[in-house]
Design a protein around this ligand. Structure first.
Ligand SMILES: [Zn+2]
Length: 210
């Protein structure tokens, strides 16, 4: 039996090229995926598969509800190549209760194929941020993370994470103002862990955020 490969997004038969890895040209473009990914330095160093808008935005929101490791693997291709050999990943934990938690950051770590060290937890609940401006978001997130010492002490992980050779990256699915990742970075810094920045699936254009 001959199995005709299809684009996983639009189901068009046999559209593959090696560069696009499972996505037809039309879908690749409609998702706004960049050949070398997106990166920037504000408010900290970040890498994203694409902008948080249009088809990619809809896809990431859908993945939050229905995670799909195949889709994640394809979306993460450029992000994987952006990571060094010594990269270590720290996923941003969800602030929602376990039953409603967003597991996408952890799944993203798996797709990035680097060691994942979940040493962060939320130290207090934060309010939803949709209606907040950038300054309010920073205040909302300030001190909202803590490093779980027990997860560090038993394995010599702190030495590894604090060593100069380690390239520690935060991982989140969506980065908007960056307030959440900044708070996570501060908590890690207090514990002696320096992070390179954040890896995310989608990033809001900076002009959108006040
Ligand atoms: Zn397609």
């Amino acid at each position: 039996m001959l199995i005709q490969p299809v684009c996983w997004h639009c189901q068009t038969p046999n559209p593959f090229t090696t560069e696009q890895e499972g996505l037809c040209q039309t879908c690749w473009q409609s998702l706004g995926l960049k050949a070398s990914g997106l990166k920037g330095l504000e408010p900290l160093s970040w890498h994203a598969a694409g902008w948080y808008e249009g088809a990619l935005r809809r896809m990431v929101l859908r993945l939050r509800i229905t995670p799909d490791s195949t889709v994640l693997h394809i979306l993460c291709r450029e992000l994987r190549s952006a990571l060094s050999q010594h990269a270590l990943l720290i996923p941003i934990p969800s602030w929602k209760a376990k039953s409603r938690a967003n597991h996408l950051p952890q799944l993203l770590c798996r797709s990035l194929q680097k060691p994942c060290v979940p040493v962060l937890e939320r130290s207090r609940p934060t309010v939803g941020q949709h209606h907040l401006n950038r300054r309010q978001r920073l205040l909302n997130q300030q001190g909202s993370f803590q490093v779980v010492r027990e997860r560090l002490s038993s394995t010599g992980l702190l030495e590894t994470l604090s060593s100069n050779a380690a390239q520690v990256w935060l991982v989140d699915d969506i980065v908007t103002s960056g307030a959440t990742v900044m708070a996570a970075r501060d908590a890690l810094q207090t514990a002696g862990i320096v992070t390179q920045g954040v890896i995310c699936l989608a990033r809001t254009r900076l002009s959108v955020t006040p």
